[in-house]
Design a protein around this ligand. Structure first.
Ligand code: UD1
Ligand code: UDP
Length: 379
């Protein structure tokens, strides 16, 4: 059985790396990997860490790329790969342009679609943008839906997808995290060297951000909040690996450069980022993946979004939506710094997203399902 695993951005690569490894370890699968390279540097960091050599690299990233250009290119170039490889199915993950456009190309060529991390919803067309529509449209093109949680499965059932094609398996991001965290801890000395500019006796606020719906005023508000927090808490180390999107780089560098306790650093490779996460005290992020990882390491997460499709962590009390209101962000970070009880409540370590066995479950289910398909088509 030939499967083609397709991805293009950093989070897809991290969340599909355990799947690539899992399928490669099973003799029944002929595994091909195609990267669109919607991201370049940030994708290459993940390929290197997980030692994945793609069979096809479409090399599509252009600086400041538009959604329409990228979507068209992925459909066109993926189609060529599908015609060449003729896989039994393709595997896509999440909600990026690569995810949706690769699924669309597979549909045009009547190739089955496996969707990992299916059923996440806000039901708000423009939040997150364009991810909410990407995942809804990908679901319509999907044959095997791998939902991370029961709630995601319920969303798919409500949308009339057939129960027999939906499987709750947890999120593969936890597989990636657990594959990594022990290694990172064993390399502690190396990372201390790499981050020599940090005073590790001090508490650390770790920040990431890149959501399109926050571009403009939203980002300015968040950066102003970080500036206020930095000035009010000189003994807090603030570490911000800044996403390479120019819409992020500009406001972050303009508002946050020159503060001695704010460290603006390039996107970190996954090992280094997990080390930072593990050492951090509080996480402020709009990232989907970081929202899922932080509770596993017992870190309270403040989410700089008005809505989230990862409601499980909010309900468990380990994540809070703070939007992009400067005062709200400042208030909640300060409360986490000053109020021990509040901090404890938000860091009790319930992780609703999986136990690190998602990729194994997905491979087992697909192995069974695809062999039934192929024996049916032989008869
Ligand atoms: C994309 C995804 C988003 C995902 C995020 C993860 C879409 C529309 N957006 O957003 O869902 O959450 O990735 O990070 O699919 N750039 C580089 N080097 C890189 C990566 C990006 O220079 O390695 C710059 C380029 O100028 C590029 C721009 O960032 O054109 C935007 O990249 P793009 O993938 O379109 O959007 P992201 O904001 O990264
Ligand atoms: N991450 C990383 N280096 C960084 C910042 C984040 O490796 O400098 C990882 C993080 O651990 C998580 C993933 O990237 O697994 C999240 O990616 P991103 O925030 O870009 O996208 P999202 O999850 O929001 O789609």
């Amino acid at each position: 059985m030939k499967i083609l695993i397709c991805f293009g951005t950093r989070p897809e690569a991290i969340k599909l790396a355990p799947i690539v490894k899992q399928f490669q370890s099973r003799p029944g699968f002929d595994v091909r990997v195609c990267v669109t390279s919607q991201h370049r540097e940030m994708l290459d960091q993940v390929l290197e860490i997980f030692e994945i050599s793609p069979n096809h690299d479409l090399n599509l990233m252009t600086p400041g790329q538009t959604l329409e250009h990228l979507t068209g290119k992925v459909v066109e170039r993926m189609s060529k790969v599908l015609l060449q490889e003729k896989p039994d199915c393709i595997v896509v993950q999440g909600d990026t342009t690569t995810t949706f456009a690769a699924a669309l190309a597979a549909f045009y060529h009547k190739v089955g679609v496996v969707h990992v991390e299916a059923g996440l919803r806000t039901y708000q067309k423009f939040a997150p943008f364009p991810e909410e529509m990407n995942r809804q449209m990908t679901s319509r093109l999907t044959d095997w839906h791998f939902a991370p949680t029961v709630r995601a499965r319920e969303a798919l059932l409500k949308e009339n997808f057939s129960a027999e094609n939906i499987f709750v398996v947890g999120n593969t991001v936890i597989d990636a995290l657990l594959m990594t965290v022990d290694k990172v801890r064993s390399l502690d000395d190396e990372f201390r060297q790499r981050f020599m500019f940090l005073d590790l006796h001090k508490r650390m606020l770790l920040i990431t951000g890149h959501r399109r719906e926050n571009f403009g005023q939203g980002f300015v508000n968040v950066c102003n909040a970080i500036r206020t927090i930095a000035k009010a808490n000189p003994s807090l180390e603030i570490v911000y690996p800044v996403h390479l999107n120019p819409n992020v780089q500009k406001p972050v560098n303009a508002i946050l450069s020159g503060l001695s306790n704010v460290h603006l650093i390039p996107p970190q490779d996954y090992l280094a980022f997990v080390w930072l996460l593990d050492r951090s005290h509080i996480v402020l992020t709009d990232s989907g993946g970081v929202q899922e990882e932080a509770p596993s390491l017992r870190k309270p997460v403040l989410v700089t979004r008005d809505t989230t499709e990862r409601t499980e962590a909010v309900d468990a009390g380990v994540a809070r939506l703070v939007g992009t209101d400067t005062d709200v962000i400042v208030h909640l970070v300060q409360r986490l710094l000053d109020d021990n009880l509040f901090y404890k409540e938000m860091s009790h370590g319930q992780n609703p997203y999986g136990d690190g066995t998602s990729s194994e479950k997905i491979a087992e289910i697909l192995e069974r399902s695809l062999s039934v398909h192929s024996s049916n088509s032989r008869n």
